[in-house]
Design a protein around this ligand. Structure first.
Ligand code: HEC
Length: 160
């Protein structure tokens, strides 16, 4: 390359680099990405599934119960990734030590289509919700066996 050409190539290279870095530095338009709070995730990904699971068991709809149990377990996985630490609490460890056992027990009851065991282990799951709320000092949040479904558009009965 001759010297003038080399100079031109250099200038072009510098301009390209400047453009790329200007694009990279341009602030994105609009609000920052939404990060759901732990309470948002509890109310939208955990609480409804806790309710649905109860109705699946009451209707002895074991296929749906297995589905919903997986959804609930996955919801705990995702919130542990988003909030491994929440204030002073290691959420990821609390999930492993408090809810994994009742989820495992429920899995067995569902596989055995055992209504009595399902009810017993569902009670353990609800106790686990409250145990973690107490551990995390969220004592005003009290979970119970749901009395009514809040999903009037969902049929929990097994398919004939
Ligand atoms: C690993 C610990 C842990 C477990 C297990 C847990 N929670 Fe929570 N939950 C929390 C914490 C911490 C908060 C408070 C979060 C906040 O204020 O941002 C909370 C808050 C809540 C709230 C209040 C949210 C709101 O905005 O009103 C509900 C409802 C809830 N949890 C439901 C449940 C249910 C149902 C279960 C069991 C299936 C459960 N949680 C299991 C830690 C846990």
């Amino acid at each position: 390359m001759t010297t003038p050409l080399r100079a031109l190539a250099l200038i072009a290279g510098v301009m390209l680099a400047a453009t790329v870095s200007a694009v990279a530095q341009t602030p994105a338009e609009g609000p920052p990405p939404y990060r759901p709070s732990l309470a948002d995730l509890m109310s939208t990904t955990v609480q409804p599934r806790h309710v649905k699971l109860a109705f699946a068991g009451r209707e002895k709809n074991w296929v749906f119960a297995a589905y919903e149990l997986k959804q609930l377990s996955d919801a705990f996985d995702r919130l542990s990734l988003q909030w491994p630490q929440w204030r002073q609490q290691r959420i990821v460890e609390l999930v492993e030590t408090i809810v994994r056992d009742p989820l495992f027990e429920l899995d067995i009851a569902i596989k055995n289509k055992d209504e009595a065991k399902f009810a017993e282990y569902y009670g353990h799951l609800t106790d686990a919700c409250n145990a973690c709320h107490q551990a995390a000092l969220q004592t005003p949040v009290v979970i119970q066996d749901p009395k009514e479904s809040m999903f009037p558009d969902q049929d929990f009965r097994p398919k004939p």
